[in-house]
Design a protein around this ligand. Structure first.
Ligand code: NDP
Ligand SMILES: O=C(O)C1=N[C@H](C(=O)O)C[C@H](O)C1
Length: 249
């Protein structure tokens, strides 16, 4: 397949290596220095585009791919508030798009485990409170992580006592008003070069249950994005990475 890489940083470079190993060809590489090459004409040389740029640039890139009608895999996080508008534009233009806050198979298994746990724990919400932690490298631009938002939205769908998620980070950690019983707290930490750690904690007076995923590196994210790029062309509409993995329980 001919692949366009929109964003050629830590993820873009790792995706390139995996794509070449799987006999794909990279026909376009875009970063901050050559954005003028991101044209409809250049995009249409690709069978599929893979977008791992920044929260500030992802939307322009998405709409450019929609204009070019090129299937698009989006891994960039930090634009959750625009998700519905992108879904609508994708369906209206008949251009397939897949978004995944996390493309690794391990995290997608973790999503399922966490959802099942939330369903069970909702029966014990008089005894257990739930909160979350995410830890990432200091270069990360968004908070909470996209992965944490996906996990939190799944918990909110099952755990009736919680009404919304709230991010607690270095900027607002002394704001005690955030700690209301109806808030699902996501504690976001930025440390060194941590690739990505996510924890769901159920705490009672007598014990604690912890569900934890630790990424050892970015390889799993990058492989998942290439698998998505192989899966998406020929489909129609907006997809979540969860639909690609489609685990049977
Ligand atoms: N869904 C998933 O599984 C994963 C998602 N992510 C997300 O992916 C995104 C990228 O992560 P990562 O690779 O680590 O970040 P990096 O900062 O390493 O790379 C970002 C790249 O985007 C480039 N860029 C800047 N402006 C544009 C533009 N207008 N168009 C295209 N590219 C541009 C930067 O160029 P320059 O270097 O010239 O500044 C850089 O090459 C983040 O949002 C991160 O959260 C990360 C890992 C897994
Ligand atoms: O910025 C990162 O590095 C990562 N971002 C994604 C997220 O926000 O969830 C996925 C992964 O955790 C790494």
């Amino acid at each position: 397949m001919k692949i366009a890489l929109l964003g050629y940083g830590k993820m873009g470079k790792m995706i390139e290596g995996i794509a070449l190993d799987r006999n794909h060809e990279i026909v376009l590489k875009i970063d901050e220095n050559n954005i003028s090459e991101l044209t409809v004409e250049n995009l249409q040389k690709a069978d599929v585009a893979i977008e791992f740029s920044t929260p500030h640039t992802v939307l322009d890139n998405i709409y450019k791919c929609i204009e070019a009608k090129v299937p698009l895999v989006v891994g960039t996080t930090g634009w959750y508030g625009q998700l519905q508008a992108v879904k609508d534009a994708c369906v209206a233009a008949n251009t397939p798009i897949m978004y995944g806050s996390n493309f690794s198979v391990g995290v997608n298994i973790f999503f399922q485990i966490s959802k099942i746990a939330a369903k069970m724990m909702d029966n014990f919400s008089d005894q257990y409170d739930v909160c979350m932690e995410e830890i990432h490298h200091i270069h990360k631009l968004d908070s909470p992580s996209g992965t944490a938002i996906t996990i939190a939205e799944d918990i909110l769908g099952e755990f009736k006592d919680k009404k919304q998620w709230v991010d607690v980070n270095a900027d607002n950690s002394d704001d005690v008003t955030l700690h209301k019983p109806e808030n699902l707290i996501i504690n976001s930490f930025r440390e060194g070069e941590v690739p990505g750690t996510h924890v769901v904690l159920y705490d009672s007076e007598v014990d604690r249950i912890e569900l934890k995923h630790i990424a050892h590196g970015r390889q799993g994210f990058a492989l998942g994005a290439v698998l998505a790029a192989e899966w998406l062309p020929g489909k129609q509409g907006f997809y979540s990475v969860k639909e690609m993995y489609d685990f049977k329980i």
